[in-house]
Design a binder for this molecule. Structure first.
Ligand code: C2O
Ligand code: CU
Ligand code: CU
Length: 506
Protein backbone atom coordinates (compact mmCIF):
# COMPACT_ATOMS: atom_id res chain seq x y z
CA UNK A 1 0.00 0.00 0.00
CA UNK A 2 1.23 3.46 -0.87
CA UNK A 3 1.02 5.76 2.07
CA UNK A 4 1.22 9.49 1.75
CA UNK A 5 3.64 11.11 4.14
CA UNK A 6 0.85 12.70 6.08
CA UNK A 7 -1.04 9.47 6.34
CA UNK A 8 2.13 7.76 7.43
CA UNK A 9 2.78 10.35 10.09
CA UNK A 10 -0.71 9.80 11.37
CA UNK A 11 -0.10 6.10 11.55
CA UNK A 12 3.16 6.41 13.41
CA UNK A 13 1.94 9.07 15.73
CA UNK A 14 -0.86 6.78 16.79
CA UNK A 15 1.96 5.09 18.62
CA UNK A 16 3.29 8.37 19.94
CA UNK A 17 6.13 8.19 17.45
CA UNK A 18 7.25 4.99 19.06
CA UNK A 19 7.80 3.04 15.86
CA UNK A 20 10.27 5.50 14.40
CA UNK A 21 13.55 3.68 14.26
CA UNK A 22 15.98 5.05 16.79
CA UNK A 23 13.18 6.60 18.79
CA UNK A 24 11.67 3.44 20.19
CA UNK A 25 10.60 3.92 23.75
CA UNK A 26 12.18 1.50 26.17
CA UNK A 27 9.87 -0.30 28.55
CA UNK A 28 10.35 1.11 31.97
CA UNK A 29 8.98 0.05 35.27
CA UNK A 30 5.74 1.99 35.61
CA UNK A 31 6.67 3.65 38.82
CA UNK A 32 10.34 4.35 38.36
CA UNK A 33 10.33 7.29 40.70
CA UNK A 34 10.89 10.99 40.84
CA UNK A 35 13.43 13.08 39.00
CA UNK A 36 16.25 11.94 36.80
CA UNK A 37 19.79 12.98 37.43
CA UNK A 38 20.96 15.46 34.84
CA UNK A 39 22.69 14.22 31.69
CA UNK A 40 26.37 14.53 32.68
CA UNK A 41 28.65 16.91 30.78
CA UNK A 42 32.09 15.72 29.68
CA UNK A 43 33.44 19.09 30.78
CA UNK A 44 33.19 19.66 34.49
CA UNK A 45 33.91 22.66 36.68
CA UNK A 46 33.25 25.46 34.21
CA UNK A 47 33.84 28.55 36.29
CA UNK A 48 30.67 30.55 36.94
CA UNK A 49 30.31 34.29 36.37
CA UNK A 50 33.24 34.75 33.98
CA UNK A 51 31.21 35.80 30.92
CA UNK A 52 28.98 38.85 30.63
CA UNK A 53 25.28 38.37 30.00
CA UNK A 54 24.42 38.78 26.32
CA UNK A 55 21.15 40.31 25.25
CA UNK A 56 19.63 38.93 22.04
CA UNK A 57 19.36 41.60 19.33
CA UNK A 58 15.94 43.14 18.66
CA UNK A 59 14.93 42.68 15.02
CA UNK A 60 13.92 45.73 12.98
CA UNK A 61 10.71 45.28 11.03
CA UNK A 62 9.84 46.52 7.59
CA UNK A 63 6.68 48.59 7.99
CA UNK A 64 4.25 47.48 5.33
CA UNK A 65 1.02 49.45 5.76
CA UNK A 66 -0.41 48.42 9.12
CA UNK A 67 1.85 45.39 9.54
CA UNK A 68 5.37 44.97 10.87
CA UNK A 69 6.95 42.37 8.63
CA UNK A 70 9.99 40.27 9.38
CA UNK A 71 11.90 37.57 7.66
CA UNK A 72 13.70 34.94 9.73
CA UNK A 73 15.84 32.08 8.42
CA UNK A 74 16.22 28.88 10.41
CA UNK A 75 19.80 27.80 9.93
CA UNK A 76 22.88 26.45 11.66
CA UNK A 77 25.24 28.69 13.55
CA UNK A 78 27.78 28.55 16.32
CA UNK A 79 28.05 30.28 19.64
CA UNK A 80 30.50 30.58 22.53
CA UNK A 81 28.59 29.55 25.63
CA UNK A 82 31.50 29.99 28.04
CA UNK A 83 35.05 31.40 28.06
CA UNK A 84 36.57 27.94 28.42
CA UNK A 85 34.35 26.12 25.91
CA UNK A 86 34.97 25.69 22.20
CA UNK A 87 32.13 27.08 20.05
CA UNK A 88 28.88 25.12 20.17
CA UNK A 89 27.00 24.35 16.95
CA UNK A 90 23.40 25.40 17.16
CA UNK A 91 20.20 25.50 15.14
CA UNK A 92 18.99 29.05 15.32
CA UNK A 93 16.49 31.57 14.07
CA UNK A 94 18.78 33.66 11.85
CA UNK A 95 21.51 31.28 13.00
CA UNK A 96 21.80 32.74 16.50
CA UNK A 97 21.07 31.33 19.96
CA UNK A 98 18.81 32.44 21.47
CA UNK A 99 16.93 33.80 18.47
CA UNK A 100 16.45 37.52 17.91
CA UNK A 101 13.85 39.30 20.02
CA UNK A 102 10.68 40.60 18.37
CA UNK A 103 9.10 43.65 19.98
CA UNK A 104 5.46 44.17 19.03
CA UNK A 105 2.77 46.64 20.03
CA UNK A 106 -0.80 45.84 20.91
CA UNK A 107 -3.20 46.07 17.95
CA UNK A 108 -0.40 46.37 15.43
CA UNK A 109 -0.07 43.13 13.47
CA UNK A 110 3.20 41.31 12.89
CA UNK A 111 3.88 39.00 9.97
CA UNK A 112 6.94 36.76 10.03
CA UNK A 113 8.15 34.82 7.01
CA UNK A 114 10.06 31.81 8.32
CA UNK A 115 12.44 30.07 5.93
CA UNK A 116 13.72 26.56 6.58
CA UNK A 117 17.41 26.29 5.77
CA UNK A 118 18.03 23.76 8.54
CA UNK A 119 20.05 20.69 7.64
CA UNK A 120 17.67 18.04 6.31
CA UNK A 121 16.68 15.68 9.06
CA UNK A 122 14.66 12.56 8.71
CA UNK A 123 13.83 9.37 10.46
CA UNK A 124 13.17 5.98 8.93
CA UNK A 125 9.64 4.72 9.17
CA UNK A 126 8.30 1.24 9.73
CA UNK A 127 8.49 0.24 6.09
CA UNK A 128 11.83 1.86 5.44
CA UNK A 129 10.38 5.13 4.18
CA UNK A 130 12.17 8.35 4.80
CA UNK A 131 10.10 10.71 6.96
CA UNK A 132 11.25 14.31 6.98
CA UNK A 133 10.89 16.05 10.30
CA UNK A 134 9.55 19.40 9.13
CA UNK A 135 9.88 22.29 11.58
CA UNK A 136 6.85 24.37 12.55
CA UNK A 137 7.11 27.64 14.48
CA UNK A 138 4.81 28.37 17.39
CA UNK A 139 4.33 31.71 19.15
CA UNK A 140 3.70 30.53 22.68
CA UNK A 141 0.98 32.44 24.52
CA UNK A 142 -0.44 34.14 21.45
CA UNK A 143 -4.04 34.20 20.28
CA UNK A 144 -3.66 33.53 16.57
CA UNK A 145 -5.58 31.76 13.80
CA UNK A 146 -4.94 28.01 13.55
CA UNK A 147 -2.91 28.30 10.33
CA UNK A 148 -0.43 30.62 12.05
CA UNK A 149 -0.14 28.58 15.23
CA UNK A 150 2.55 26.09 14.23
CA UNK A 151 0.38 22.97 14.23
CA UNK A 152 2.44 19.76 13.92
CA UNK A 153 0.86 19.09 10.50
CA UNK A 154 1.96 22.49 9.21
CA UNK A 155 5.73 21.97 9.02
CA UNK A 156 7.91 23.96 6.62
CA UNK A 157 9.75 22.11 3.83
CA UNK A 158 13.51 21.77 3.90
CA UNK A 159 15.67 23.42 1.27
CA UNK A 160 14.30 26.94 1.63
CA UNK A 161 10.61 26.26 2.21
CA UNK A 162 8.77 29.22 3.71
CA UNK A 163 5.66 29.94 5.70
CA UNK A 164 4.15 33.28 6.71
CA UNK A 165 2.90 33.54 10.26
CA UNK A 166 0.40 36.29 11.08
CA UNK A 167 0.17 37.61 14.61
CA UNK A 168 -2.61 40.15 15.20
CA UNK A 169 -1.40 41.10 18.74
CA UNK A 170 -4.91 41.87 19.97
CA UNK A 171 -4.34 40.65 23.50
CA UNK A 172 -2.94 42.02 26.74
CA UNK A 173 0.67 43.12 26.70
CA UNK A 174 2.88 40.23 27.84
CA UNK A 175 6.08 38.29 27.35
CA UNK A 176 5.72 35.58 24.71
CA UNK A 177 8.27 33.33 23.09
CA UNK A 178 8.51 31.65 19.75
CA UNK A 179 9.96 28.19 19.47
CA UNK A 180 10.17 25.11 17.33
CA UNK A 181 7.19 22.75 17.35
CA UNK A 182 8.38 19.88 15.13
CA UNK A 183 6.15 16.85 15.46
CA UNK A 184 8.01 14.54 17.87
CA UNK A 185 11.28 16.51 17.85
CA UNK A 186 10.48 19.72 19.68
CA UNK A 187 12.74 18.77 22.61
CA UNK A 188 15.80 18.28 20.45
CA UNK A 189 15.30 21.34 18.27
CA UNK A 190 14.52 23.74 21.11
CA UNK A 191 17.55 22.40 22.97
CA UNK A 192 19.75 22.99 19.93
CA UNK A 193 18.68 26.63 19.89
CA UNK A 194 15.35 27.21 18.14
CA UNK A 195 13.75 29.64 20.60
CA UNK A 196 13.50 33.40 20.97
CA UNK A 197 11.57 36.04 22.88
CA UNK A 198 8.61 38.07 21.64
CA UNK A 199 7.63 41.06 23.73
CA UNK A 200 4.14 42.44 23.22
CA UNK A 201 3.80 45.94 24.63
CA UNK A 202 0.57 47.67 25.47
CA UNK A 203 1.67 51.32 25.61
CA UNK A 204 -1.61 52.67 26.97
CA UNK A 205 -1.59 50.24 29.91
CA UNK A 206 2.13 50.35 30.62
CA UNK A 207 3.35 53.87 29.93
CA UNK A 208 1.65 55.43 32.99
CA UNK A 209 3.37 52.87 35.24
CA UNK A 210 6.87 54.11 34.36
CA UNK A 211 8.41 50.70 34.83
CA UNK A 212 12.17 50.31 34.33
CA UNK A 213 12.91 50.42 30.61
CA UNK A 214 15.69 50.74 28.07
CA UNK A 215 18.92 49.22 29.41
CA UNK A 216 17.05 48.39 32.64
CA UNK A 217 14.48 46.11 31.04
CA UNK A 218 16.22 42.84 30.32
CA UNK A 219 15.03 39.50 28.95
CA UNK A 220 16.44 36.44 30.72
CA UNK A 221 15.96 33.10 28.97
CA UNK A 222 16.99 30.40 31.43
CA UNK A 223 17.93 26.97 30.03
CA UNK A 224 19.98 24.00 31.19
CA UNK A 225 22.43 22.24 28.90
CA UNK A 226 25.14 19.56 29.05
CA UNK A 227 28.36 19.80 27.06
CA UNK A 228 30.42 17.16 25.29
CA UNK A 229 34.22 17.47 25.37
CA UNK A 230 34.15 19.32 22.03
CA UNK A 231 31.69 21.89 23.39
CA UNK A 232 28.58 20.47 21.68
CA UNK A 233 25.21 20.13 23.38
CA UNK A 234 24.45 16.58 24.47
CA UNK A 235 20.93 15.26 23.90
CA UNK A 236 20.43 11.58 24.61
CA UNK A 237 17.01 10.05 24.98
CA UNK A 238 17.83 7.42 27.54
CA UNK A 239 15.21 5.83 29.73
CA UNK A 240 15.53 8.35 32.55
CA UNK A 241 15.27 11.28 30.10
CA UNK A 242 12.19 9.81 28.45
CA UNK A 243 10.59 9.55 31.82
CA UNK A 244 11.63 12.74 33.63
CA UNK A 245 12.58 14.92 30.66
CA UNK A 246 15.99 16.27 29.65
CA UNK A 247 18.03 18.01 32.33
CA UNK A 248 21.42 19.58 31.72
CA UNK A 249 24.07 20.08 34.39
CA UNK A 250 24.85 23.72 33.54
CA UNK A 251 22.51 26.69 33.66
CA UNK A 252 22.65 29.14 30.77
CA UNK A 253 21.04 32.55 30.57
CA UNK A 254 20.54 33.93 27.06
CA UNK A 255 22.94 31.25 25.82
CA UNK A 256 25.77 31.98 28.29
CA UNK A 257 26.77 29.66 31.13
CA UNK A 258 26.10 31.42 34.46
CA UNK A 259 26.81 34.96 33.25
CA UNK A 260 27.28 38.12 35.27
CA UNK A 261 25.51 41.42 34.68
CA UNK A 262 26.83 44.78 35.86
CA UNK A 263 24.01 46.83 37.33
CA UNK A 264 23.56 50.34 38.69
CA UNK A 265 21.89 51.23 41.98
CA UNK A 266 18.47 51.29 40.35
CA UNK A 267 15.34 49.25 39.71
CA UNK A 268 15.58 46.67 36.94
CA UNK A 269 12.79 44.84 35.17
CA UNK A 270 13.61 41.28 34.14
CA UNK A 271 11.33 39.37 31.78
CA UNK A 272 12.23 35.83 32.76
CA UNK A 273 11.41 32.83 30.60
CA UNK A 274 12.10 29.26 31.58
CA UNK A 275 13.08 27.91 28.16
CA UNK A 276 14.32 24.60 29.56
CA UNK A 277 13.06 21.23 28.38
CA UNK A 278 12.02 20.00 31.82
CA UNK A 279 13.85 21.65 34.71
CA UNK A 280 11.78 23.64 37.21
CA UNK A 281 13.66 26.45 38.97
CA UNK A 282 13.02 28.11 42.29
CA UNK A 283 14.56 31.52 41.93
CA UNK A 284 15.82 33.57 44.88
CA UNK A 285 18.45 36.22 45.57
CA UNK A 286 21.55 35.30 47.60
CA UNK A 287 21.35 38.46 49.73
CA UNK A 288 17.88 37.58 50.95
CA UNK A 289 16.20 40.51 49.17
CA UNK A 290 12.80 39.83 47.71
CA UNK A 291 11.85 39.53 44.10
CA UNK A 292 9.02 41.85 43.15
CA UNK A 293 6.81 39.99 40.73
CA UNK A 294 4.77 42.23 38.44
CA UNK A 295 3.64 39.83 35.74
CA UNK A 296 2.99 36.28 34.57
CA UNK A 297 2.56 34.45 31.25
CA UNK A 298 -0.37 36.61 30.20
CA UNK A 299 0.85 40.03 31.34
CA UNK A 300 0.80 42.29 34.37
CA UNK A 301 -0.63 41.26 37.71
CA UNK A 302 -3.17 43.46 39.41
CA UNK A 303 -0.64 44.45 42.08
CA UNK A 304 3.06 43.75 42.56
CA UNK A 305 3.88 40.82 44.81
CA UNK A 306 7.00 40.69 46.96
CA UNK A 307 8.24 37.15 47.27
CA UNK A 308 11.31 35.49 48.76
CA UNK A 309 11.40 32.97 45.91
CA UNK A 310 9.57 32.16 42.70
CA UNK A 311 9.03 28.80 41.04
CA UNK A 312 9.13 28.76 37.29
CA UNK A 313 8.38 25.69 35.18
CA UNK A 314 9.20 25.11 31.51
CA UNK A 315 7.63 27.79 29.31
CA UNK A 316 6.32 29.88 32.19
CA UNK A 317 7.26 33.55 32.24
CA UNK A 318 7.64 35.82 35.23
CA UNK A 319 8.05 39.57 35.02
CA UNK A 320 10.13 40.69 37.98
CA UNK A 321 11.57 43.89 39.39
CA UNK A 322 14.78 43.71 41.40
CA UNK A 323 15.68 46.68 43.56
CA UNK A 324 19.44 47.32 43.66
CA UNK A 325 19.08 50.88 45.00
CA UNK A 326 20.28 50.30 48.57
CA UNK A 327 23.23 48.05 47.77
CA UNK A 328 26.80 49.33 48.25
CA UNK A 329 29.04 49.40 45.19
CA UNK A 330 30.91 46.15 44.84
CA UNK A 331 27.98 44.03 46.06
CA UNK A 332 27.55 40.79 44.18
CA UNK A 333 24.12 39.16 44.28
CA UNK A 334 23.63 35.67 42.91
CA UNK A 335 20.32 34.64 41.39
CA UNK A 336 19.99 31.20 42.91
CA UNK A 337 17.99 28.11 42.02
CA UNK A 338 16.83 26.70 45.36
CA UNK A 339 15.49 23.53 43.74
CA UNK A 340 18.96 22.14 43.06
CA UNK A 341 22.43 21.73 44.46
CA UNK A 342 25.83 21.93 42.78
CA UNK A 343 26.39 23.59 39.40
CA UNK A 344 22.66 24.02 38.77
CA UNK A 345 22.06 25.91 42.02
CA UNK A 346 23.34 29.20 40.59
CA UNK A 347 21.73 30.93 37.62
CA UNK A 348 23.64 34.20 37.22
CA UNK A 349 25.17 37.06 39.21
CA UNK A 350 24.39 40.78 39.45
CA UNK A 351 27.43 42.98 40.18
CA UNK A 352 26.59 46.44 41.50
CA UNK A 353 29.20 48.65 39.82
CA UNK A 354 27.79 52.14 39.49
CA UNK A 355 25.92 54.53 41.73
CA UNK A 356 23.02 56.46 40.28
CA UNK A 357 20.11 58.26 41.88
CA UNK A 358 17.00 56.20 41.15
CA UNK A 359 13.78 58.21 40.94
CA UNK A 360 11.46 55.37 39.93
CA UNK A 361 9.26 53.52 42.36
CA UNK A 362 7.45 50.26 42.02
CA UNK A 363 3.83 51.21 41.28
CA UNK A 364 1.28 50.02 43.84
CA UNK A 365 -1.28 49.15 41.19
CA UNK A 366 -0.49 47.60 37.82
CA UNK A 367 -3.48 46.55 35.76
CA UNK A 368 -7.15 45.82 36.41
CA UNK A 369 -8.03 42.18 36.92
CA UNK A 370 -10.76 40.70 34.77
CA UNK A 371 -12.39 37.71 36.35
CA UNK A 372 -13.70 35.08 33.92
CA UNK A 373 -17.24 34.51 35.28
CA UNK A 374 -17.07 31.01 36.72
CA UNK A 375 -20.85 30.83 37.03
CA UNK A 376 -21.11 30.89 33.23
CA UNK A 377 -19.22 27.61 32.91
CA UNK A 378 -20.96 25.43 30.33
CA UNK A 379 -18.95 22.26 30.76
CA UNK A 380 -16.46 20.65 33.11
CA UNK A 381 -13.94 18.28 31.53
CA UNK A 382 -11.42 15.95 33.15
CA UNK A 383 -8.05 15.16 31.61
CA UNK A 384 -6.03 12.40 33.22
CA UNK A 385 -2.26 12.54 32.70
CA UNK A 386 -0.55 9.17 32.72
CA UNK A 387 2.36 6.98 31.76
CA UNK A 388 0.98 3.92 30.00
CA UNK A 389 2.00 1.11 27.73
CA UNK A 390 0.39 1.52 24.34
CA UNK A 391 1.13 -1.06 21.63
CA UNK A 392 4.03 -2.35 23.67
CA UNK A 393 5.66 1.03 24.25
CA UNK A 394 5.63 3.03 27.42
CA UNK A 395 4.43 6.51 26.61
CA UNK A 396 2.83 9.62 28.11
CA UNK A 397 -0.90 9.98 27.58
CA UNK A 398 -3.88 12.28 28.11
CA UNK A 399 -7.07 10.36 28.83
CA UNK A 400 -5.21 7.20 27.77
CA UNK A 401 -4.42 8.58 24.30
CA UNK A 402 -0.98 9.14 22.86
CA UNK A 403 -0.99 12.17 20.58
CA UNK A 404 -2.07 11.58 17.04
CA UNK A 405 -3.16 14.44 14.80
CA UNK A 406 -5.56 12.03 13.12
CA UNK A 407 -7.53 11.42 16.32
CA UNK A 408 -10.66 13.36 16.94
CA UNK A 409 -10.12 16.30 19.26
CA UNK A 410 -10.31 15.60 22.98
CA UNK A 411 -12.53 18.67 23.44
CA UNK A 412 -14.79 20.74 21.19
CA UNK A 413 -15.54 23.99 23.03
CA UNK A 414 -17.88 26.45 21.37
CA UNK A 415 -16.49 29.85 20.42
CA UNK A 416 -16.68 32.30 23.34
CA UNK A 417 -17.86 29.65 25.76
CA UNK A 418 -16.40 29.19 29.23
CA UNK A 419 -15.20 25.77 30.35
CA UNK A 420 -13.49 24.24 33.36
CA UNK A 421 -10.65 21.86 32.60
CA UNK A 422 -9.58 19.68 35.46
CA UNK A 423 -6.16 18.04 35.06
CA UNK A 424 -5.77 14.89 37.11
CA UNK A 425 -2.15 13.87 37.68
CA UNK A 426 -1.78 10.47 39.35
CA UNK A 427 1.93 10.26 38.36
CA UNK A 428 4.92 11.21 40.46
CA UNK A 429 6.07 13.83 37.93
CA UNK A 430 4.97 17.45 37.66
CA UNK A 431 3.31 18.28 34.33
CA UNK A 432 3.40 21.92 33.16
CA UNK A 433 0.21 21.88 31.08
CA UNK A 434 -0.14 24.38 28.26
CA UNK A 435 -3.07 25.35 26.05
CA UNK A 436 -2.50 27.08 22.74
CA UNK A 437 -4.71 30.06 21.77
CA UNK A 438 -5.86 31.09 25.24
CA UNK A 439 -4.84 32.64 28.54
CA UNK A 440 -6.66 30.99 31.43
CA UNK A 441 -7.24 31.33 35.19
CA UNK A 442 -6.37 28.84 37.93
CA UNK A 443 -9.39 28.27 40.18
CA UNK A 444 -8.90 25.06 42.15
CA UNK A 445 -6.09 22.81 43.37
CA UNK A 446 -6.91 19.49 45.03
CA UNK A 447 -10.44 20.63 45.79
CA UNK A 448 -9.31 23.90 47.34
CA UNK A 449 -10.62 27.03 45.60
CA UNK A 450 -7.86 29.42 44.51
CA UNK A 451 -7.77 33.17 44.19
CA UNK A 452 -7.21 33.36 40.41
CA UNK A 453 -5.82 36.90 40.49
CA UNK A 454 -2.90 35.67 42.61
CA UNK A 455 -1.83 33.41 39.75
CA UNK A 456 -2.48 36.05 37.11
CA UNK A 457 -3.21 35.18 33.50
CA UNK A 458 -1.59 31.88 32.59
CA UNK A 459 -1.07 29.74 29.51
CA UNK A 460 1.05 27.14 31.27
CA UNK A 461 0.54 25.81 34.78
CA UNK A 462 2.17 23.00 36.72
CA UNK A 463 -0.10 20.17 37.77
CA UNK A 464 1.90 18.84 40.74
CA UNK A 465 2.49 15.10 41.27
CA UNK A 466 -0.47 13.21 42.71
CA UNK A 467 -2.70 16.27 42.37
CA UNK A 468 -5.59 17.79 40.52
CA UNK A 469 -5.78 21.32 39.22
CA UNK A 470 -8.69 23.11 37.56
CA UNK A 471 -8.46 26.00 35.15
CA UNK A 472 -11.18 28.30 33.87
CA UNK A 473 -10.92 29.02 30.15
CA UNK A 474 -12.81 31.21 27.71
CA UNK A 475 -12.28 30.06 24.13
CA UNK A 476 -12.31 33.34 22.26
CA UNK A 477 -10.82 34.62 19.08
CA UNK A 478 -10.80 31.84 16.51
CA UNK A 479 -12.45 28.62 15.57
CA UNK A 480 -10.39 25.63 14.51
CA UNK A 481 -7.94 23.06 15.82
CA UNK A 482 -5.25 23.73 18.37
CA UNK A 483 -3.06 21.54 20.54
CA UNK A 484 -2.64 21.41 24.28
CA UNK A 485 0.15 19.50 25.92
CA UNK A 486 2.63 19.04 28.70
CA UNK A 487 5.51 21.52 28.23
CA UNK A 488 8.06 19.09 29.57
CA UNK A 489 9.32 18.72 26.01
CA UNK A 490 10.13 15.02 26.24
CA UNK A 491 6.65 14.38 27.62
CA UNK A 492 5.23 16.44 24.75
CA UNK A 493 7.27 14.65 22.06
CA UNK A 494 6.45 11.27 23.53
CA UNK A 495 2.83 11.96 23.21
CA UNK A 496 1.37 13.86 26.18
CA UNK A 497 -0.50 16.11 23.78
CA UNK A 498 -4.05 16.38 22.52
CA UNK A 499 -6.16 18.70 20.42
CA UNK A 500 -9.18 20.85 21.01
CA UNK A 501 -11.32 22.25 18.26
CA UNK A 502 -13.09 25.54 18.83
CA UNK A 503 -16.49 25.17 17.16
CA UNK A 504 -18.54 27.97 15.61
CA UNK A 505 -21.36 29.30 17.76
CA UNK A 506 -24.60 27.47 17.25
CU1 C2O B 1 5.32 26.47 23.93
CU2 C2O B 1 2.80 23.97 22.04
O1 C2O B 1 4.07 25.23 23.03
CU1 CU C 1 1.93 27.44 23.00
CU1 CU D 1 4.60 16.11 31.67
Amino acid sequence: MELSRRHFLRTISALGGATLIGRRLPLLAQDHGGHSAATPSAITNLEPFVDALRIPPVLKPAKVKKVDTYSIVMQTGSVKCHRDLPPTNILGYNGIYPGPTIVAAKNRAVSIRQTNNLPMSHVTGENGEMVHMLPAVHLHGAAVAPESDGHPNDGIDFGGGTRDYHYPNQQRGCTLWYHDHTHGQTGERVLKGLAGMYILRDPSAEAPLKLPSGAREIPLIIQDRSFAADGQFIYTLDAATLEAGFQGDYILVNGVVQPFLEVETALYRFRILNGSNSRIYKLALSNGDSLIQIGTDGGLLQRPKEVASLEIAPSERVDVIIDFTRLPLGTKVVLRNLNDAGSTAQVMRFDVTKWVKEKKKVPQFLQAWDEIPEKNTVIHRDFTLQRQTINGSLTWTINSQAYNPANSPLATPELDSIEQWNFVNPTNHPHPMHLHLVQFQVININGIPQEASEFGWKDTVVVPPASELTILVKFSGYTGRYVFHCHNLEHEDFAMMGEFEVMPKT
